[in-house]
Design a protein around this ligand. Sequence first.
Ligand code: ADP
Length: 632
Amino acid sequence: MDESPTLGLLERALHASGYVVAHIQDADALDRALLETTPLILLIAQTLKGQDGIPIAQKALERFPTLPVLLYADHDDTALFKQAIRAGISDFLHPPLRIDDIVDIIKHNQKRAEHMGDWVRREVRRTTASLEKRMDELETLVKLGRTINSSLDLDNVLTSVVTAAVELTGAEEGQLLLLDDETSELYMRAGRNFEENFARTFRLPVRDSLAGQVVHTGQTISFCQDSPSKIKTAYLVYALIYVPLRVGDHVVGVLGVDNRQNKRPFTQHHELLMSVLADYAVIAIENAQAFQATDQERQKLDATINNIQDGVIVLDPEKNILLINPAARKVFGLGMSDLTGQTILKAITNADFSEILNSISENPLKHHEMAFEDGRVFNTQYVPLPEIGSVITFEEITHLKMLDRLKSDFIHTISHDLRSPLTAIMGYVELLDRVGPLNDQQKQFIRHVQNSAQNITTLINDLLDLGRIEAGFDTRKDEVAFDSILGYTLDNLNQQIIEKNQTVKLSIEEKLPALRGNPIRLRQLVDNLLVNAVKYTPNGGTLTVNLFHDTDQVILEVIDTGLGIPPTDQPHIFEKFYRASNTPKNTPGTGLGLAIVKSIVENHDGRIWLESTVGKGSKFVVVLPIYKKDED
Ligand code: ADP
């Protein structure tokens, strides 16, 4: 207020009412003062320093909405007062002023402000209490969520859900009923404030009961009434909420709370809480079901793996043991100690096995034979398991190996015994035309006999060769230029290649290192692979032959665009007499060529494998170690 006699009067009246007075004369000073202090009452002139007092008062009220503001007007002005009331001003003063009137007005407004303050404080307290309650509810729900996530004990979780339901709704008792599919009855899976005996024996038919109705309709039921009603065939209640437990499309049970003694009704908010709790219960039930299903599957798998005859070891990517079955323990005589987590090479100290395991990463042929000194032989198979590591299986093939040996011995003896009579047949057939004239038909018959005898001779020679290579008689190894062997074979095959109109794409690395080997056998190897490529590739096809080296090995690739070999035949293709199922009838051949090739490769400490797609072609890859001077 500007300086004036009235100001003095007002100050005196305020002092008389017990106030300390601060006198401020412009809007900015008022702003500053309001930052430093909280006034109990504000008296403001209609204009001060030429400024309109009402907006200034309004601004102060924004900061202190319950502050009593009195407007001092120059005279009684209804229009001005209306405007002031709209701005939130509590009362007015105008001349003529008497100090008693001023004190009365001030006291009156002060009292009103005090009442208002009390009311605001009460409201704040009430809202805070309600917020605290909501916080408690949230905390209970969060805790319950944690229990569900961390506990697999369904009883424990469901009891927690029911306890929370009773606590959050303030109910007398609560229960979680589940449907027994066989009897179509609801039984109490968890209860709060029920006698244990009652809870255990409690059974409610789905038909003709309120809880059953919830199961049927999938709708929440909630009621309260003055006289207790009997929940059909069960017990008397005043108020109740039943919410469905829904798993997928099915209602599997009901979560309920009720009041039997007091008449306190449940609210909509309680219903909402109950449906949240029902969701929690459903999550717990689903978790338990999923866990049970997984556990059952795991048990089945365990039983299978523990009882199969083949040894099984599962490894993680670092080759630590994840699982080892009794059959695998027996293979290596490992006893029953716990090997889980151990490095495989530490747990199993068999030299053959270590070698196989170390070579696995670079050897795409995943079958390996492992022989023990006591005569047992196992077919070891390594299979990578994405995201797990790998599995190694051991199949005992001792009896098959014995049969194989017997068969080889038998074939070898027979071949040997057949050779002499065959030579005699060939010799005498050759002599026939020298002992007398033969007609044309006789000559033709003789040619047939010679051809057939020649085929048998080839077969017998192959068999004897195979026997020799397998027996490891070819111990002599020389420095061999593999590229010239390849050139020689290709020259010999040239005529056939031209006849079949096939294209040969040849790539031989310059300065290819020499091999250490038996030149005759290596020629046999290259011959067999290339003869096959020509034989099993139709007219007009392409043969690609690559010969190169990589660190200490020479690699030969023979690729054709021929028939291809079906996946089911591929594992057997290097076996004796084996011919692929898609080989056209009447294709000459014995099925011994690849067996010889494999034996030669193994005899030279090399490796061979194939990749083939039916209708597209085949690729045979041979890897042989290069010649090193100090090996001689
Ligand atoms: P043979 O050719 O005398 O039958 P091999 O041991 O050389 O015997 O080959 C075995 C079988 O493998 C053949 O009968 C044929 O089914 C299949 N095979 C070999 N090489 C090829 C190839 N390049 N393309 C398609 N199939 C092949």
